[in-house]
Ligand binder design. Structure first.
Ligand SMILES: [Zn+2]
Length: 257
């Protein structure tokens, strides 16, 4: 039966190396709290019955198995860094189940990168069993079936990248700057997912203060922070001090909207 609500499942909420980092002895990396363990940043949205994957990082396979999920109807890519695209080969089981290529949406530059990284998926004489992708460049508002998707153009350091708005949910990761026009697009979201790396400033990611400033401006009903480094601190301690409508996302968190 089709559920009568839409949902987002946080597959991963960590920064590029994940938490714990191999070899790291910081207390956050050594924490036993499951909420302090963060795989690479990604989310699976179920909207009007379609399963839309936001980024497909290196941990994709582990995340899908952990959440007992087995379907992806489309992938929306924010940008081409490995922590966001390194798991695309693991879409193969879904190719095999659906007997279809998987549609992938992103900036032209991002899709060009995918063609290089996964050249074997685009070669003329494809190896049987290679992944099947269909690439769709994104500029302005587009539709997947009857679902309207609004791209949000933000900066990741100097790199232009995308966030996405689906229904009343806005999802932005890896941003360090959002201009007024793009902020207007996400104003009054029911849920805003936004990156917050750590307490200290960083050249290409919002820190906590900067993320809270954006939230204050665009006034979502609720906001969930993601793409978190161990340097932000322990989940429980940081969350205690956040404004009442702001939460830290954690791996496996599912919300309805
Ligand atoms: Zn990233």
């Amino acid at each position: 039966m089709k559920p009568n609500y839409n949902s987002i499942t946080f597959l991963g909420t960590g920064t590029s190396q994940g938490i714990p980092i191999i070899g790291c002895t910081d207390p956050v990396c050594l924490s036993n709290n499951p909420k302090d363990k963060r795989l690479r940043c990604s989310a699976l949205i179920n909207y009007n019955g379609l399963d839309i994957l936001l980024d497909c990082g290196t941990d994709f396979r582990t995340q899908m198995l952990r959440e007992n999920k087995a379907n992806v109807d489309a992938v929306l890519l924010t940008h081409e860094h490995t922590d966001h695209v390194g798991g695309l080969d693991d879409l193969r089981p879904i190719n095999f189940i659906k007997k279809q290529d998987i549609p992938i949406y992103g900036l032209n530059r991002t899709l060009d990168d995918i063609k290089i990284r996964y050249s074997y998926a685009f070669s003329k004489n494809k190896y049987p069993g290679a992944p099947g992708f269909q690439l769709f460049p994104v500029k302005d508002v587009f539709n997947i079936k009857n679902i309207k998707i609004t791209p949000i153009h933000v900066l990741h350091g100097k790199l232009p990248i995308l966030g996405y708005k689906i229904g009343n949910l806005s999802y932005i990761t890896d941003a360090s700057f959002i201009d007024e026009k793009e902020m207007d697009k996400i104003f009054n979201s029911e849920i805003l997912v936004l990156n917050s790396l750590r307490l200290e400033e960083h050249h290409s990611h919002f820190n906590l203060d900067q993320a809270l400033q954006v939230i204050d401006k665009v006034k979502p009903k609720k906001s969930y922070l993601t793409h978190i480094s161990y340097q932000l601190g322990f989940h429980e301690e940081i969350e205690k001090n956040l404004p009442s409508n702001v939460f830290l996302a954690y791996d496996g968190l599912e919300l309805n909207f």
